[in-house]
Structures are given as C-alpha cells and as structure tokens.
Design a protein around this ligand. Sequence first.
Ligand code: ZN
Length: 610
Amino acid sequence: MKRAPITLSSRAEQNCLRSRQFCGVEGPAVCSPLLNPGLVRFLTFLCVLCALCGESFSLDREAFSIQNYDLTVQIDPAQHRLGARGKITLRNDASTPQKIAVLQISSSLDWRAIRIADKPVQFLAQPYTSDIDHTGALSEAIVTLPQPVDPHGTIDLDIAYEGIIVLDATRLTRIGTPEDAARSSDWDQIDEKFTGLRGAGHVAWYPIATEVANLSEGNELFEVLARWKAREAGSIMKVTFAVTADDESIPQILLGGLICRDISFQATSQLNQRLLADCKSEPLRSDVPSVLIADYQMVEQRGFEVHYLPGHKAAAASFGDAAEAAFPLISEWFGAQREPAKFAELPDLDATPFESGILLLTPLKGKDAGSAGLSAAHQLTHASFLSFRPWIEEGLAHFAQALYLEHEKNRQAALDYMGLHRSAFLALEAFATKSEDAARDSLVNTVTEELYRSKAMCVWWMLRDMLGDSALKKAIAAYKPEQDKDPSYMPRLISAQTPRDLEWFFDDWVYRDRGLPDFKVESAFARKTLDNAFVVAVTVDNLGTAGAEVPVIVKFAGGEITKRLEVRAKSKATIRVETPSVPTEVVVNDGSVPESDLTNNVFKVATADK
Ligand SMILES: [Zn+2]
C-alpha cells in the first residue's frame, strides 16, 4: 500500500524533524503523524537528546585563551625529553558560559595531570590533526570544568605534561615537500648538540588552544596563528627552564620573545649540573616564545651579539664585521637600542632562518657580507624600535634593509631589492578588488606575510620619498607602542610631520587593500622656450585602483630630470618639466612605487618646432 506524502501538522513534529536534521538523521519516518502520540513524545525526547549530544561534541576550541603561564620546564637534551608543570589561567573569550576547555600540546608530548583547586579534573586526551605543530598533530586535553566559566571569567589550572621532541617534518613531507627541504625548514628538536624550540606554529611546547590549521588549505595556518596571537595579546608567560647537563658541556640558553632575569648553574651531583633560567615574556611583543640551547660561544660587537657553535669562530667574526656596518645608519633612523640584537647560529647550513623579536636564528657559515649586513639591518631595527603591529614592526625592519642597501650601494640597489619583494605580493594584489577583502587584507589587519612585510616595506619607502628623511624620522621617533591604541595612531604621527593631505594615501595603502596603481604615460609634448630651453608637458594616467606619488623621469641629450607627480586611482595628472636640451623620452616610475603593469611606462617625446 502506498503511503500518502507526509505533511507536518504539529509543531512537535516540525521540531522533531529539525532536531533530527540537526543530528544528521535523514527522513521523516519517526516524525510521522501515523505514530501514536506517546511514541512521538518519546522520539522527540530522543531527538532533543541527540541534539544535545551534537552540541556537546561541537567543541569551541578557541573559546578560551591562556592569559597567564607560570611553568617550570625541565629539558634533558641527551634524552630529547621535555617535562613541564605549572599553573595556567584560562579566560573565557566567548559570549556564552563555557563548561569545556580544550588544551593542546605537541603530539609527541603527553598530558600527565590537570587539576583545579587541588583536585584532579576529568579530561579526555585525544590526538588532533593540525599543522600548527611540526608533527602535524596535537595532544589535546578536553577538560570538563567543575562549573561553567562566564564570559570574560577566568579559571586557574595546574597542569603537567611530558614527552620527547625530536626533529619531525611530517606536516611538510605529507604535503609533498622534499625530505631535505622539510627537515631544513622544521629544524626544531631537543638534542645534545642543539636544542631549538620555536613556539606555536612550530612546536607546541607550551599549551595552546586552536581550531584546526591545515597547510594545504591556503592561508589557514597563518590565520589560525594570527587569531591565537591576537587572543594571547597581553598574556604573560613566566618560565623557569632547568636544563640537565654533564660536567663537560656548558650549555648556553638563548630566548626569543622572553627575557631572562637570572641564568645560573647548579650542581646536581659531582658529575652533573643544571642550567637554570628564570624568564618572562616581554610586554608588547607579539613574538612566539622560543628557546635555544647549545654550546654557544659569543662575539660581542657594537649593538649586537653573535652566538656561534664550536669551531665556527671565523664565520662568526666575519658575520659580525659585516653586520657592524649597518649599526650607525639604523641608530640614525630608529634611535637608541632598547637592548642588543642577537644572532644565533643554526647547525644546519641550509636551515631556514627564523626571527623572534631581537633574536635571529640563522646559519652563519657561508653567509656573505651582503646578506649579513641585510640581516643585521633588520634585527638592529627590532632592537631599537618596537610595535605589536606587524606592518609597522616588520614593515620598518624590511624598510631598514632597503635603506642599508641604498647606503652601502645606491638607490637602484634598494629599488632592485624592493623589486624582489614586490614580486612576492604582486599575485595577491591581482585579487584585491573585492570590497570585503579590502579591509581584511589591509596592512592594519592582514595576517599575510607578503603584505605586512614586503608591501609594508614599499609603503614606508613611498612615505619616505613623499615626506623626506627628516620628517619620517621624526614620526618614527614619536611612536610609543604603549600609546598605540588604534590603527590610525601611526598614520596620525606621520601626518603631523607634513602639511600635505595624506588621508587618501593611507586609505588606499594602509586602511584598505585597494590593489596597486598602473601608470601609463598618456602624452608628452615638448616645446622650445624663448631662452632655447624646452618644456615638456607630461600627462600620466593611473589605470589602477590605488593612488600614489610617482617619479616622472624626463630624458634628454646629456642627462635626465626627475620630478614627482601625485596621481590618484583611476585619474590623470599633468606635470611640466623644463629641460636644457631636446627631451627624448619620458619614463614614469623608477620602481619605487609598486605597480601592477610596468610595460606601459615609457613614452617617446614629440617636440613641436617653434
Ligand atoms: Zn623582523
């Protein structure tokens, strides 16, 4: 017998179906009005239960941030072992009370205990696949709290975890990165000869709480990391490191993103000793806490230290000499140092360098003077200037590299260097036309390195070309990170140094991502003046979506003259340039303004006889 199509007559039936759909159970059968009312009530109850189950398993992993860490971390390099215990404070950042908290550490570590108010709490430990850790997975503890924590409320947890950390490039090799390259990139490990642990994004050696971050999903890892850093902004980390050592080795400890008040050695037996370091995070820095332990020796030079591995003194000395050349220029631009910059050697010659605040981890052997100077310009800038906004902090440090090249060589060398960076963000800018992306990908909001490093460097260079060195130096000197409460703070400091209206510039380049300009010389007409000179009228069309002030170079027999012209987005502007002899060619943009198309920038001048 055929059944008639079911119409859902009662609210209960409709609710039931919704519940079933929520549960992921398809089909209306159990919500049929043909069933007796008692059974419907029972099934509805089941549906509701099912819905609740669904809710309890849809974890909000980012509901809590960790506002305070107070950890003692034991590291035994010979055993590759790390054991940590201490207290953390969680804050509910969600808008509803939370009964479940998620804590994550590297998958090679295991949770040993979690207690609240001296009582053990229930937790479920499970592996969680995520590329935020080098192993490609995390050990997750799903903790049932004794009572819900209200929004903005906090709760203290005593925790203990331990395990081993060896070199592991799983997250990279499983997406097809060749083994050697993957190992040189994910070089974190605990080992007798060298221990290097970068924090979230590399090795979760301290607890974090994040949603899945998949390297094969575009920018996902960087977005998850950026969200984590934003939630952790203002959090305080106190760590006491206790490193096991024998009487033969004297390990040195170097920290990134942490400052150590006290480093000492303690004999634990006649043959063994412990290196103890009391460290604390630096307020206003957004660098992930990183720790390095090796038999480092040090050469100290003006403004920085070079920490090198045994047998590499010559490489360290030549690195130091090249780096020292950058010191006067960086002090002139960014003022007195807050602390010396630090360079620490990575043992793998092909290792990918990594920076954490004032500390740069890099191979030293085989580095030429040019790249040593460039590295120094960057880290010395961090040692003098501090901002938690990446486009300012990293943008200025890269800008300093271009300044260094100009100082050591010439302007063209700086422009060539920026040209290399420009190719990094050119492809991204091709898609920067949708309005919803314009704010998200703006320099003040972006989490994309190509933008807050490479594009920001070009923006600082353009500002310098527009305002001059002295005005920009004054704006930089006026910046106080503790007073930086909103994104317009730095633009306002810059605007205060010039009578010019720069709002359009900040709008196109900083507050929004409007893409890039595309300049085209539309026309260039020259005529002879009464005193036998020439005047050429150049009209530049900006076909692009961002405005800029761009150099216009007029070439003539025996030389060239450069003037600057402001051309807003989708607009034209004209400039008159006087030349001593017949002008032959006009070129717009010397490479200092990032542009989407450079093929239409040259124009042959037409000269009218008179
Ligand atoms: Zn940097």
